[in-house]
Write a protein that binds this ligand. Structure first.
Ligand code: PEP
Ligand code: MG
Length: 583
């Protein structure tokens, strides 16, 4: 902190994606770890270079061991991932051959291992077997780790003296899989140059309850390692090298924020009932079993959205049926009788297993491509494994099945047929499950919102995914910060679609919830109540604030006001009326 006095202080502005304040040191995440320097080692230094390489490997073994011990048996996906990387690292191709290269060609250790990696990756890529071909990705990851270790910047090694809680990750870009990997280190915040407010990276930050600012454009270039940073995730501000007065001011704000949040948590057991006694259901969006306690602590009355793809994002291959079953069972048992809505995999756009990421990026428009339910239906074997796993878990509590990204009625018909097939196979094996499992669909494509009758006729419930619905209605890439100013939840077209879906569902007597980010924005709670929405699902930390807003609202007064709002055509006017609604 003392050092910061000598350095120029400056402020960066980006998108506020996850509220709260973090104060800590910058931890720069390199983009091009594998671009190493090529040095010729003098003959007398060769053995020293070999020893440096061996020490780096020893460091990583130790780190992996510590990681394995800390995760125990519970997180099978991470532990399988660690085992695979340990095996790759121990293979003589990576642990011995680079030493020969150092000795024979007098290369520096980084260059030696990267040369060996290039050779191995080339061999892997010629193999027909897709599983083996995909291992080349793991080899690259392991080598990146060795290179970071050699550079004295190990990245994952925070247990030795470096505390993640004081570190703020600064990156050009982070994929959802990167964020999942960072989760283990308890970083206090992260900031990136790119990414939109409803990108999955942002959603993960909110789920983890850590402040984050995205879309800062050139933070990665301007900020240096270990510089002191203040991240104000509520306002999208990052202050680099703050002076002591500013630092003190933000320390106070940080404590105040934490006090406010814990006061709100006192609402945990209060019912979400409006002043005129209408009961509202508040549910949680979670990314895996590890977030169940968070959902319960914040008073969730169930899980409105389990984003199943996130559970397995940090691993190199698709999970099998048993592994999925264990994860879903853990969630449903953890929720102590509250219902759990499990969404089938929503992969193929920005959320991908690392091995698929490069392939998906090659597509010209993955958001409109083979993603989500389209991908599941195209891979019947994998889909059966997921459906069977969900059905098996339904024996342990109330589970509802949710289909993402519907656009066509036949997608529901095909999913229901696949579900029937999964049920029949389980019956023949005498495996018990909930025969009457409810099936719902996500309304997140404008076509589905407009032709809502097709889905109301076929499904037991609906869930509105506003993140994608807004993206597709306004033709705004939700991950692209360059158009984030156009991502407007109050656009009249968006409000018309929302009102249409909610009122049609109400007329048809089909329950409808909202699980997009709008549902967790307390500024929009009254608007949604006035549209007759009665189920809201959001990241757990947002529940208390939305509950407070509900408890201060009177639906009978909201109905006529909201009817007027949804007839307005100017966003500015809508905003004005909304402010009055919230006054
Ligand atoms: C949505 O699109 O609103 C949604 C909830 O799904 P996801 O954010 O996972 O795409
Ligand atoms: Mg979506």
């Amino acid at each position: 902190m003392k050092e910061s006095k000598l350095k120029a202080s400056f402020t960066l502005h980006g998108l506020p994606v996850s509220s709260g304040i973090a104060i800590g040191s910058a931890y720069l995440v390199s983009q091009a770890t594998l671009e190493v320097s090529h040095l010729l080692i003098p003959p007398r230094m060769v053995e020293k270079e070999v020893a440096r390489f061996e020490a780096a490997l020893a460091g990583i073994y130790k780190e992996f061991d510590a990681l394995k011990a800390s995760i125990g048996q519970s997180t099978t996906d991470i532990s399988a991932f660690v085992d695979l990387h340990l095996m790759i690292l121990a293979d003589p191709e990576l642990s011995e051959v680079p030493k020969q290269i150092i000795r024979e060609r007098r290369c520096n250790a980084e260059w030696a291992i990267v040369q060996q990696m290039d050779m191995l990756v080339e061999q892997f890529e010629k193999i027909d077997d897709i599983y083996l071909r995909e291992r080349s990705y793991d080899v690259r990851q392991v080598v990146e780790r060795v290179v970071r270790e050699l550079a004295g910047h190990p990245g994952g090694r925070l247990s030795k003296g470096v505390k993640g809680e004081n570190l703020i990750v600064v990156a050009h870009d982070l994929s959802p899989a990167d964020v999942m990997a960072f989760r283990q280190h308890n970083f206090s915040s992260f900031i990136t140059d790119v990414g939109g407010a409803t990108s999955h990276t942002a959603i993960l930050a909110r789920g983890m309850g850590i402040p984050a600012v995205l879309g800062l454009h050139n933070a990665r270039q301007l900020i240096r390692d270990k510089e002191t940073l203040i991240v104000d995730g509520t306002h999208g501000v990052v202050i680099v090298n703050p002076d002591p007065r500013v630092l003190e001011e933000y320390q106070l704000k940080k404590s105040q924020f934490e006090i406010d949040r814990s006061k709100l948590r006192l609402l945990k057991t209060a019912r979400a009932t409006t002043l005129d006694k209408v009961k509202i259901e508040l549910l949680a969006n979670i990314e895996g079993p590890h977030e169940v306690p968070l959902a319960l602590e914040n008073g969730a009355e169930g899980i409105g959205l389990l984003r199943t793809e996130f559970i397995f994002l940090s691993r190199s291959e698709m999970p099998g049926e048993d592994e999925q079953f264990e994860a879903y069972r853990k969630v449903v048992k953890g929720m102590e009788g509250w219902p759990v809505t499990i969404r089938t995999f929503d992969l193929g756009n920005d959320k991908n297993l690392p091995a698929d990421q490069a392939e998906v990026r090659k597509r010209s428009n993955p958001a409109l491509g083979l993603r989500s339910i389209r991908l599941s239906l195209a891979e019947p074997k994998a889909f059966q494994a997921q459906l069977r796993a969900i059905l098996r878990a339904s024996k342990y509590g109330k589970i509802k099945l949710l289909i993402p990204m519907l656009s066509h009625a036949h997608q529901v018909d095909l999913t229901l047929a696949a579900l029937e097939q999964a049920k029949a196979s389980l019956r023949s094996e005498r495996v018990l499950f909930d025969e009457n499992i409810e099936v719902g669909g996500m309304i997140e494509v404008p076509a589905a919102a407009l032709a809502i009758g097709l889905f109301l006729r076929r499904l037991n419930f609906l869930s509105i995914g506003t993140n994608d619905l807004i993206q597709y209605t306004l033709a705004i890439d939700r991950s692209d910060e360059q158009v984030s100013n156009l991502y407007d939840p109050l656009h009249p077209a968006v409000l018309m679609l929302l009102a249409h879906v909610i009122s049609s569902a109400e007329k048809a007597n089909i329950p409808v919830s909202m699980c997009g980010e709008l549902a967790g924005d307390p500024q929009l709670t009254r608007l949604l109540l006035g549209m007759v929405l009665r189920q809201f699902s959001m990241f757990p930390a947002q529940i208390p604030e939305v509950k407070q807003k509900i408890k201060q609202s009177n639906i009978s007064e909201l109905l006529p006001a909201v009817r007027r709002i949804i007839r307005l055509e100017e966003s500015a006017k809508i905003q004005e009326h909304l402010e009055r609604l919230n006054a």
